[in-house]
Design a protein around this ligand. Sequence first.
Ligand code: AMP
Ligand code: MG
Length: 444
Amino acid sequence: MGTLQVSHGQPEPARQRAFHAFPPQCELELPAARQTVIAAAAALCAQSPRRTEQADWMRTPESHPGRVLAEAVRADRDWPPFPRAMRDGYALRAAEAAAAGKPLPCVGQVRAGALARALPPGVCLEIMTGAPVPAGADTVVMIERTWRGEDGIHFDAPPRRGDNIALPGNESAAGAVVAAAGRRLTPAVTAVLAQAGCLAPVVFAAPRVAIIATGDELTPPEQTPGPAQIRNSNGPMLAALARSVGAEVVYIAHVADDAAALRAAIADACAGAEAVICSGGASVGAHDLLKPVLDSLGAQLHFDAVAMRPGHPQIFARLGNQLLFGLPGNPLGALLGFLLLARPALDVLAGFDAAALSSPFITAEMDFGYHGKALPLVAFRPVRYAAAGAGTPHFKARLQEIPYRGSADVAAAAAADAWLMIPPGITELAAGSLVTVLATGVTA
Ligand code: AMP
Ligand code: MG
């Protein structure tokens, strides 16, 4: 077997330990590991520019969530396209109402969608929100600030000229960019496209992802496991995660802990995918075969461990034009590996600007006290957001504890809204302290 090429950090000095062929060679701190995957994804994009296509979002809406605009979308006309009433009320000339100091007779109604005649002098017109303000009117007084007498419409206060009218082009002028390249096709961006009449924006093709679960002990979820077997839960989880960030899952496999089978699966996966995500076999046990297999395939190893728990064994390598993630088999290590490492790389492959990726870390307040062992790495714990205060103007994310039984506890992960980050060496976090959490941002 050859020696994997390490592109970051120095191999550890040889030690007399019972590791098998491939002891950890390059452990990175989490921020460095994230920078490494983002830089590698950006380098791949620079080398072979992303494919683009037109998103026919009206006819095939299900295929477009998560896609990223490759070209800016421009307004096809001014918005608003006409002077637009912002309130239900009365259209009038402010000077006439103020000068008269008395009611203005209402001589008609302007409905949304209808063009009205010009406003005659000395009167007002009832107008609906969204209707074009008639020529001659310079103000709309909201209906709540008026009352109707026998002699016409009375105003609580002298109207102010210009109130409640959005002028043409007020939000965007014809030709202006209304959705910049690099925006995801969120529901709100879809509204912008619809408003601008853009039916087929140019988007980046979804990154193609392969998922390979490894392990002799795994059975497919639909089979009854034997006495020493467990169901493959990482495969479906990772496929769901990849889809939730807008990737297309083009290959799914389960392979035994067998070097030839793993090698063949990786080669197959690389034929159709830009990112290959493996689970299991990434550590230092006798049957953890991913590193030797990558070595035999001539991969360039960037790192093989990250100073975090769960999820310490994390392999990241480049294999030809593919990025390969070797996540741990432990389900929570695999989940965190995806969220922290695979996701930013997929975001870059999806078309986001690598320099402008938003951080998944937010500050929140502890609602419980934490006590634990001092660890030389970042520890993550699943947490829930406290319900109290949600929906009020003063909502602040407060963290509640979830029973946690270690890195195989998928039930704890399923109950979590976020992950508390416990910095290295920290043994206590008092209730009320401000802490950093990893917001999963995964809703699908
Ligand atoms: P490994 O990283 O292959 O040593 O696996 C670590 C632990 O995760 C073992 O207890 C495995 O049984 C478990 N595991 C590995 N792959 C999966 C999977 N696809 N689904 C659920 N558990 C797994
Ligand atoms: Mg295994």
